[in-house]
Design a protein around this ligand. Structure first.
Ligand SMILES: Nc1nc2c(ncn2[C@@H]2O[C@H](COP(=O)(O)OP(=O)(O)OP(=O)(O)O)[C@@H](O)[C@H]2O)c(=O)[nH]1
Ligand SMILES: [Mg+2]
Length: 214
């Protein structure tokens, strides 16, 4: 079991095109401006998929060969891993444990399979699912962001629908219609976790002792 101390562990999942990356980027920007209760960091996953143009090793992903990834599985180095669209993706234990104990909120951008594995071993994890406002808007976002053929778009739409069918496994649902509203919902969920009594007790131990005489 991972020691969560003051930091909270969050899972953020969504179908492709729901705006997950933009929401996470905006949240990290808030964190950089000290606008969140805890500092926030995104966990860097390992993947066997090839880097895309502009992606930097160890920043966007730890880009790993299939052999090395399978060796890490053997060594029990992953907190969770899954095959997504034919490639391995995984969260290493190293990527999160130290940060949580330092009071940093850690965000995992992972799929529903990874979310399920983490929930099974860590009931304290907080999982958030981002949804598009309609099926049409999802299709428009998928068409708008790339030069994919309509066959590829159809396949991605099917995958998105299958991902969304897992929404009930998540603690929070955020509908990304108006971006600012979705971001505000996201921030409320994140800051709310830090106000839970067990977190506040650890943070305000001295105050509570002086208030209660204990
Ligand atoms: N289980 C698991 N899933 C991961 C991990 N890292 C990334 N993923 C998921 O793998 C999927 C594909 O991620 P990418 O290859 O970066 O592609 P993308 O363009 O970000 O895809 P979308 O975010 O789905 O639009 C996304 O749903 C990610 O959330 C991980 O460590 N574990
Ligand atoms: Mg993504």
């Amino acid at each position: 079991m991972i020691n969560q101390a003051l930091g909270n562990l969050f899972i953020v999942a969504a179908p492709s095109g729901a705006g997950k990356s933009s929401l996470i980027a905006a949240l990290l920007e808030y964190s950089a401006q000290n606008k969140l209760s805890n500092p926030a960091q995104l966990s860097v996953s390992h993947t066997t998929r090839a880097p895309r143009e502009g992606e930097v090793n160890a920043k966007h992903y730890h880009f790993t060969s299939i052999e090395d990834f399978e060796a890490l599985i053997e060594q029990d180095a992953f907190y969770e891993y899954a095959k997504v669209f034919g490639n391995y993706y995984g969260t290493s234990k190293e990527a999160i444990s130290d940060k949580l104990s330092q009071g940093i909120d850690v965000f995992l951008d992972i799929d529903w399979q990874g979310a399920r594995q983490i929930k099974a071993v860590n009931p304290d994890v907080v999982s958030i699912f981002i949804l598009p406002p309609s099926i049409e808007s999802l299709r428009e976002r998928l068409i708008g962001r790339g030069k994919d053929s309509s066959d590829v778009i159809d396949k991605r739409m099917q995958e998105a629908v299958s991902e969304m069918s897992h929404y009930k496994e998540f603690d929070y649902l955020v509908v990304n219609d108006d971006f600012e509203q979705a971001l505000s919902d996201f921030v409320s969920i994140v800051n709310g976790q830090s106000l839970k009594a067990n977190k506040q007790q650890a943070r305000h131990a001295e105050l509570l002792a002086s208030l209660t005489g204990k």
